[in-house]
Structure formats: structure tokens, C-alpha cells
Design a binder for this molecule. Structure first.
Ligand SMILES: CC1=C(O)/C(=C\N=C(/C)C(=O)O)C(COP(=O)(O)O)=CN1
Length: 455
């Protein structure tokens, strides 16, 4: 049938301005060659993150006018409760100011010193919060996840045998099992329903709580609908409710698949767990019917949760990200396959093979994208990975990537064309690109505030 355009029309625009190449070369030098130090006004197309960068709908903006800012019992809390029940099936939740705040509460409840926390792949904050409780994050994703050229439909899957063997050996030192949908650190790759079910069965076998990291749950559901036998005729809410039915609960950053700019929650089936979580919620987030958010934020979130599972929105969203990936492949620019749900990941390792890992090829490509096109991507490689606490050397990851993260309902296809064109120009002159060294390297989470210089 006819191809579909965007399932919305534009009612308001936020002007962005282009800059000149020499302006950008000056700005990035002043920023210590770290795009996190750039001002938004100096960025033309901002692909740093899909977190908190979505455009809200008129329905959500209308909700912002309906904030019930009561300290306790806000009606927006109950609207959010209904939306979570509708989309996830959970009866209980603790609102938090964003996803990592939900991780903080959950891991304080479960993780003790020396514990292992298995996940397909931990995102940085999930890893950091497990470590903050002196636990040890463990990635048990399938091996294919580390092969950027391998195009398999559910690259975010947990390796079931690895999980079973790990629990066989370490069961009494594992307080909880996580599964991240989609798998951000592995390229925004989905997890199949079958895999979610299998992880659930293993957790029951070893009597372990099983939680989803649900940031991008709607995109995951859409991939299940597209790729998994038996789901083509199911609605997205039917698929999302089935996904969550296998888990005991979830952490959620609503800044992704709830289409809002701030907010999150910890949801669960067990009311007793909520009572424990509330104690920490009061301490870290605020009274348990607002959790660090204004009533209006919760209203926008409730409406966003119902919008994000609409099929025509997800079709547009996934197709736009895929379009950028296809454009880059046409131009022979190396990317991680298959294209993820929220981002295209440039394979900087293959793009700049002559730059050694300790001169940060991902960082070099990120800087080049900004200089060439005013485009802000983000390095997901050695810089992000940090140093190995035992050896003190860089904790080299398998892949050196640059994530081009597409905000939801913000950029047009023409912006995607500009990004692909800039990447091609850089690719044609890739032999001219050199590596970088630290001029300032912070102790923890160095990627946010580090400063570099060309070697
Ligand atoms: C899979 C996953 C994430 O991707 C995540 C945040 N992601 C960011 C900020 C990103 O740029 O990918 C978080 C933390 O959410 P938060 O940024 O605190 O709302 C948890 N899990």
C-alpha cells in the first residue's frame, strides 16, 4: 500500500541555526574536543541522546495545564497509575525523577557488597548504581552482540546457557536479574519475547527476582511484532503487557519511551516491595505520589505512555532511524548491524582503523562529525568504558562506536540526509583524521567532563 509519512503535523517549531566550519573548529577546541562541553546553541543537529529530548504532543502539552500539585494524592499520580496498568500490567509503582533514581532505589533494596547482578548488557548508570552498592555488574548478552557486522534479529538477547551456568555457580550471590529492552549498550538491539520468557523461567528455577530495564520497551515491542513469529497480528499493548508479565517489575526512564523530558518510575507486581521502596522513595525522591516530579510532569508522562504504544507512531519512529542507517550503508559508511531502535551506531573501529584504541577512534569521529556538520553524536567506546580498577589501564570494550541517537518526533528526514552526507564527506577523507589524548582525565565517568587534544 501507499508509503506513510509522519503521523503528525507540526504546530510549533524551535529554530536552529547553522554555524560555519571555522566557528565549529574554534568551539570544539574551546570545549577540549569533548562534545559534552558544547553549548546547545552551537549544535545544529543534536544526536547526543534520545533521553529527555522528545517532542511532546499537543495532548501532552494540554496535560501540562492540568497539573494537580497537591503534595499527596495528586490526580495525575492516579492517571499515571492507570497508564502503567494499561501498558505494562503492573498495579504498583514508585514515581522517581528519572530512570537512575529508580535504579538507586531498586539496588538499595536488593544489592549487597560482593553481589553479582546479571543483565544482557548494563547501561552506564545501571552499572554505576550496582557498583555504588558495591555489587558487580555482569553482562551475559549473546556473543553475536559483539560482532558489528552480524545482522541477527534479536541481538539484545540474554545468552540463556550463560545465565543458567552463572546462576548454577553463583546463585547465592545473585540477588536479582535484569534484562534491558532494547539493549542500549549493544546498539539499541531488541530482545525477543521467547528470550524474555526463558530468562523468566530460569529466574523462577533459581527463585530470583527478575526486572526489566524498560527505557525503550515500546521500540522493543515493535521489533517483536515485526520479527518474531506469532506476533504480527498482536497489538503493541498486547505485546508490551506480555513482555512485562514475565518479569516481577521494571525500572523506567520515561525520558525515552514515555515521550517526556523528565521523569521515571519503579513498577512492580508485589505491594510489599512497594512499601519498602516507598521508604527510600521518600528519602531520595519525595512523597510517593510525586517522586521528584511536578503533577504536570506525571500527567504528560501518563499521556506519553499511551501514545508511545500507538503503532503508527512506532512505525514512523523505527523507519526514520532505519532510513539513516540505510543512507549510511548506501554511502559505504561502516555501521553496526542491524540498525537499532533509537540510534544508528557508526563503527568507528572500522571507520578509522589506523587510529589505535588508546587514541580513541570514536572520539576522533565524534569531533569530526561536529566540525564537518555541526552534528553532535556520542562516543561509545574506550573513553566511555573508563579504566579497569585492577590494572589501571583502559578497560577496552569490544566495539569502538559513535552513537547517532535520534530524538523522538524532533528531526525530519532531511536532517537525516544532512547527517549521512556529513558522514560520507568524513569517510572520503578518513585518512586525514588523527587520534586524541587526554589533557584532563577525571577519576569516574570520565567521558562527561574529560578534555582532549589532537595527538
Ligand atoms: C538502558 C538505560 C538507559 O539508556 C538510561 C539512560 N540513557 C541515556 C541517558 C542515554 O543517553 O542512553 C538509563 C538511566 O535513565 P535516566 O537517564 O536516569 O533517566 C537506564 N537504562
Amino acid at each position: 500500500e501507499m508509503m506513510a509519512a509522519e503521523p503528525f503535523r507540526i504546530k510549533m517549531v524551535e529554530p536552529i541555526k547553522t554555524t560555519t566550519k571555522e566557528e565549529r573548529q574554534r568551539k570544539i577546541k574551546e570545549a577540549g574536543y569533548n562534545v559534552f562541553n558544547l553549548e546547545s546553541k552551537d549544535v545544529y543537529i543534536d544526536l547526543l541522546t534520545d533521553s529527555g529530548t522528545s517532542a511532546m504532543s499537543d495532548n501532552q502539552w494540554a496535560g501540562m495545564m492540568l497539573g494537580d500539585e497537591a503534595y499527596a494524592g495528586s490526580k495525575n499520580f492516579y492517571n499515571l497509575k492507570d497508564a502503567i496498568k494499561e501498558v505494562m500490567g503492573y498495579d504498583y509503582f514508585l514515581p522517581t525523577h528519572q530512570g537512575r533514581a529508580a535504579e538507586n532505589v531498586l539496588f538499595q533494596l536488593y544489592v549487597e557488597e560482593g553481589n553479582y547482578v546479571p543483565n544482557n548488557m548494563h547501561f552506564d548508570t545501571t552499572k554505576a548504581h550496582v557498583q555504588d552498592k558495591r555489587g558487580r555488574p555482569v553482562n551475559l548478552v549473546i556473543d553475536e552482540a559483539y560482532d558489528a557486522k552480524k545482522n541477527v534479529p534479536f541481538k539484545g538477547n540474554m545468552d540463556i546457557d550463560k545465565l543458567d551456568n552463572f546462576l548454577k555457580e553463583h546463585s547465592d550471590n545473585v540477588p536479582i536479574v535484569l534484562l534491558t529492552v532494547t539493549c542500549n549498550s549493544g546498539g539499541g538491539q531488541p530482545v525477543s519475547m521467547e528470550n524474555i520468557k526463558e530468562v523468566s523461567e530460569i529466574c523462577k528455577k533459581y527463585n530470583k527476582p527478575f526486572y526489566l530495564d524498560a527505557c525503550r520497551f515500546a521500540e522493543n515491542a515493535y521489533f517483536i511484532k515485526l520479527r518474531e513469529p506469532g506476533y504480527a497480528d498482536k497489538s503493541i499493548p498486547e505485546i508490551t503487557r506480555e513482555m512485562f508479565s514475565y518479569a516481577d517489575g521494571c525500572t523506567m526512564s520515561s525520558k525515552k519511551d514515555a515521550l517526556v523530558n523528565i521523569g521515571g518510575f519503579l513498577a512492580m507486581e508485589d505491594e510489599k516491595l512497594l512499601d519498602k521502596a516507598k521508604v527510600l522513595g521518600v528519602l531520595y525522591e519525595g512523597f510517593p505520589t510525586y517522586g521528584g516530579m511536578a503533577g504536570r510532569d506525571m500527567e504528560a508522562m501518563a499521556r506519553g505512555l499511551l501514545e508511545v504504544v500507538e503503532e503508527e507512531y512506532l512505525q514512523y519512529r523505527i523507519n526514520q532511524v532505519n532510513y539513516l542507517g540505510e543512507k549510511l550503508k548506501e554511502k559505504k559508511v561502516p555501521i553496526l548491524e542491524p540498525v537499532g531502535g533509537h540510534a544508528v551506531y557508526l563503527d568507528a573501529g572500522r571507520f578509522l582503523p589506523n587510529i589505535p584504541k588508546d587514541q580513541f577512534p570514536g572520539q576522533a569521529l565524534t569531533v569530526a562529525l561536529y566540525e564537518e556538520g555541526g552534528i553532535r553524536g556520542v562516543e561509545i567506546g574506550t573513553v566511555l568504558s573508563g579504566r579497569d580498577p585492577e590494572t589501571g589501564d583502559h578497560d577496552y570494550p569490544e566495539l569502538e562506536l559513535v552513537r547517532l541517537t535520534i530524538p523522538r518526533r524532533v528531526y525530519t528526514y532531511r536532517h537525516m540526509d544532512v547527517v549521512a552526507e556529513a558522514a560520507k564527506i568524513i569517510h572520503d577523507k578518513r585518512d586525514e583524521i588523527g587520534g586524541y589524548k587526554f589533557t584532563y582525565e577525571p577519576e569516574i565517568l570520565r567521558h562527561f567532563t574529560a578534555r582532549f587534544a589532537p595527538v
